[in-house]
Design a protein around this ligand. Structure first.
Ligand code: F6P
Length: 355
């Protein structure tokens, strides 16, 4: 078989490990693997396709980013370059894919990329999806690769902020990524011993956040750590956004940490500082967990291809990697269940969600 592989959407630690898994598992079967550069761009300008050999992927497991490059804003179903109007160039991609003699496409991406993969599946392309995102918002898989590394980075940052918060009797507000779900905020906040965690799933009341900070002071803790997910919003309020990258493009979230910090200062009189962790959470070497998950996903995709399981996404369910239909994995986000054990843990630890 000739396998094509691409990476789409924002980068996440572990992408290179998936590519390595795909290439080595395919070569073991005597198959060829071709890297499509920058999402689907390599299937438009077909000079941007690289044959991937075992030598090229030998030592990339621990390297962040993606050797294939990625693209957030070139959906072939509404393709645009510069200010040109959106056009559907998906037929050209299908034609090029067939002309190049590929037997399968392994599409590594988040929700947006998996939606595109689903559309191409419906156009007849043999696709296997692999769920990537630091946000961990994809259904039917227990976890996406990249999430664990992002949580580790955020936790380490929160740990460091404790000492400075304590030394100055300050409130430190840390804004983390996660788009419309609170997984990164919740996991890093609990692990980093935050006092308050604000997530999109629970609209917050700033008055209650301030009460928690006052309560801590009464108990002798004159500082506080507040973790705010970028998609968190106050009760009855709106998302805080940086704007849109381009007309019709995705909203860029950001700025809620600054707002929360300002309100805390106003309402409590406490000296407050805020920090936005931003893209640091997407960088660096993947954790052992993410490396292993990524290698498992990549090699499983080759087994799925051999078994003709197309239109499927590799998913971690309990201890196994299983195929699930891409169309069932997309469409609805995996939010934090409010009755989950992890939420109960946070509540039992006395963490405030501002509710
Ligand atoms: O989906 C991953 C993610 O890092 C989100 O957490 C964040 O909102 C978004 O991507 C940032 O996107 P960009 O890299 O386009 O700024």
């Amino acid at each position: 078989m000739n396998i094509a592989v691409n990476t789409g959407g924002g980068d996440a630690p572990g992408l290179n490990a998936v590519i390595r898994g795909v290439v080595l598992a395919a070569y073991k079967k005597g198959w060829g693997v071709y890297g499509i550069k920058y999402g689907y761009r390599g299937l438009i300008d077909t000079k941007q396709i690289d044959r991937l050999t075992p030598e090229e992927v030998w030592d990339i497991t621990n390297i962040g980013g993606t050797i294939l490059g990625t693209a957030i804003r070139n959906d072939p179903f509404k393709y645009t370059e510069g200010n040109s109007p959106e056009t559907d160039i998906s037929d050209k991609i299908v034609a090029n894919f067939k002309a190049l003699g590929f037997d399968a496409l392994i599409a590594i991406g988040g929700d947006g990329s998996l939606r595109i993969a689903d559309k191409f599946t419906k156009k007849g392309l043999p696709i296997i999806g692999i769920p990537k995102t630091i946000d961990n918002d994809i259904r039917l898989t227990d976890v996406t690769f990249g999430f664990d590394t992002a949580v580790n980075t955020a936790t380490e940052a929160i740990d460091k902020l404790h000492t400075t918060a304590k030394s100055h009797d300050r409130v430190m507000v840390v804004e983390v990524m996660g788009r419309y779900v609170g997984w990164i905020g919740l996991h890093s906040g609990i692990s980093g011993s935050a006092d308050v965690i604000l997530i999109p799933e629970i609209p917050f009341d700033i008055g209650k956040v301030c009460n928690k900070i006052r309560q801590l002071a009464l108990l002798g803790q004159d500082y506080a750590i507040v973790v705010v997910a970028e998609g968190a919003s106050p009760v009855g309020g709106e998302l805080t956004v940086l704007g849109k990258e381009n007309p019709g493009g995705e909203i860029r979230l950001g700025g809620i940490g600054k707002k929360v910090a300002e309100e805390i200062t106003t309402l409590t009189g406490k000296e407050t500082r805020h920090i936005v962790l931003g893209h640091l959470q997407r960088g660096g070497a993947p954790t052992t967990f993410d490396r292993l998950l990524a290698l498992r996903f990549g090699t499983a995709a080759i087994r799925f291809a051999e078994a003709g399981k197309f239109g499927m996404m590799a998913a971690l369910q309990s201890t196994s990697i299983v195929p699930v239909p891409i169309e069932e994995a997309i469409g609805q986000m995996k939010s934090v269940p409010l009755d989950s054990d992890i939420m109960l843990t946070a509540r039992s630890l006395g963490i405030s969600f501002g509710d």
